[in-house]
Design a protein around this ligand. Structure first.
Ligand code: IPE
Ligand code: IPE
Ligand code: MG
Length: 233
């Protein structure tokens, strides 16, 4: 394949419905979803993708039943605890985007720890969007910028897109080239509102727990056929 996207972002959706269709509890869908995430990390790395962003928990997902929220937190913890070694061996750099503040301590420590551990790796970057909201990110950036102006005398007239991007959680990470959303929903659900401004969108009806390497390749093939114009001719 000639045109491999540098940065692929995925809204991993449909775990609950996948489980529901099989008469299983939603938690089964989430567990299966983690397995798929691992498979897609491998596939993306193999295919030469440089950055893979996975949306795993939104700031709106707190409104789900407490039990499900707790389960999702523990699932991430177990993933990091159990798979750290493997990702490390694959030279993968890990980074979290989102608000760490309201996460349980055991999880935010683990995230911090894992990020530090893999910081020196030079392979693909896996960005995990957890407790992430696009509007919150932009507001946090505006707050950081305001503070910078007040405290350090950063000049407001010099603000351009690149500089503002430096205040976002994704500072230093290029914008996604391809966004994939599974499960048939065609909305952004507050995901990377700033960064997706010129991203190519790919929607599939497949539920996330069924989204394997083959489907991922299909999405990349669709991307390779797109003509990106960025407003030009
Ligand atoms: C995506 O699957 C995972 C998270 C949002 C945490 P869902 O849990 O949203 O599954 P559906 O959309 O209800 O099927
Ligand atoms: C988006 O999925 C968030 C994640 C995949 C983590 P949701 O299932 O929460 O989105 P809505 O509620 O259908 O828009
Ligand atoms: Mg959903």
């Amino acid at each position: 394949m000639d045109k491999i996207p540098t940065h692929v972002a995925i809204i991993m959706d449909g775990n609950g419905r996948w489980a529901g269709e099989r008469g299983l509890a939603r938690s089964h869908g989430h567990r299966q979803g983690v397995k798929r995430a691992e498979e897609i990390i491998n596939a993306a790395s193999r295919m030469g993708v440089k950055v893979l962003t996975l949306f795993a928990f939104s700031t709106e997902n707190w409104s789900r039943p407490k039990r499900e929220v707790g389960m999702l937190m523990r699932l991430l913890y177990n993933f990091l605890a159990g798979r750290a070694e493997k990702l490390q061996n694959r030279n993968i750099r890990f980074r979290m985007i989102g608000r760490k503040e309201n996460l349980p301590r055991y999880l935010s420590d683990k995230l911090e720890n894992f990020q530090a551990k893999t910081a020196g790796n030079t392979g693909m970057t896996v960005v995990l969007a957890f407790n992430y909201g696009g509007r919150q990110e932009i507001m946090d950036a505006a707050g950081k910028y305001a503070l910078d102006v007040l405290k350090n005398g950063a000049v407001s007239s010099g603000l351009d897109e690149e500089r503002f991007g430096g205040y976002l959680y994704t500072s230093g990470i290029p914008d996604p080239d391809l966004l994939i959303r599974t499960s048939g929903e065609m909305r952004l659900s507050n995901f990377m509102l700033w960064q997706l401004s010129y991203c190519e969108l790919y929607f599939t009806k497949t539920f996330w727990p069924d989204f394997g390497a083959k489907e991922f390749e299909k999405a990349l093939k669709s991307y390779a056929l797109r003509q990106r114009r960025f407003g030009s001719l």
